[in-house]
Design a protein around this ligand. Structure first.
Ligand code: FMN
Length: 188
């Protein structure tokens, strides 16, 4: 998986925090991928979460584990990053926090426009959002506040094709991608 592309469209890297088959968060990102061409964005879904080793500072040296090098290259090659993650036990899933830990030792995410979609039901998922803000802030990522949105998506809204058909959800996801691309084009 690489975030590099031969197209001239800005690439937004999509990071799901869920490893679950049939993940709602991944479905949200697949929906973003489906609407991306309409907003002149190429959205690339990162699929390496399960293959990352447990973070160990001793391994954060050259040569990096290949999967970690792949992650960092994907971030480097992207104009922006969009996260959609479940909340586990009041915070991020450990596997996704592990991914973020691997970004700390590199410079790729620094100043990179990033945002997240909280797809949880109203009133839920705030712990995951708070942790994202803390960790991404620590990495020096450029958090694009207007693109950090709540779009409640239940499992019943995901079609057999693995994406969401509801026009309002698709419109909001298009807006989020557009905001990330705009920030990449004109950094603050
Ligand atoms: C172990 C575990 C812990 C969870 N903890 C929380 C939680 O603290 N807060 C919350 O809002 N949802 C919690 N949930 C619910 C998940 O966030 C929810 O099922 C989510 O839709 C899963 O996302 P996915 O479909 O993308 O895998 C938890 C689920 C599991 C399996």
């Amino acid at each position: 998986m690489a975030a590099t592309s031969t197209s001239t469209l800005p690439v937004i890297l999509l990071l799901s925090g869920s490893l679950r088959a049939g993940s709602t968060n991944e479905a949200v990102l697949r929906t973003a991928q489906a609407v991306a061409p309409a907003v002149a964005v190429e959205a690339v879904l990162y699929d390496g979460l399960a293959g990352l080793p447990h973070f160990n500072p001793d391994d954060d040296t050259d040569p990096l584990p290949p999967s970690v090098a792949g992650l960092r290259a994907a971030i480097e090659g992207a104009a922006g990053v969009l996260v959609c993650t479940p909340e586990y036990a009041g915070t991020l899933p450990g596997s996704f926090k592990n991914l973020l830990d691997w970004t700390v030792g590199g410079t790729e995410i620094c100043d990179k426009p990033v945002a997240w979609v909280n797809a949880a039901a109203p009133g839920r998922g705030q712990g995951a959002e708070a942790t994202l803000r803390t960790v991404l802030g620590y990495t020096g990522a450029d958090i694009v506040e207007p693109a950090c949105v709540r779009i409640a998506v239940g499992r019943d809204m995901v079609g057999a094709d693995g994406i969401v058909a509801e026009p309002g959800v698709r419109r909001q996801l298009g807006e989020v991608l557009g905001l990330l691309a705009d920030r990449a084009a004109t950094p603050e």
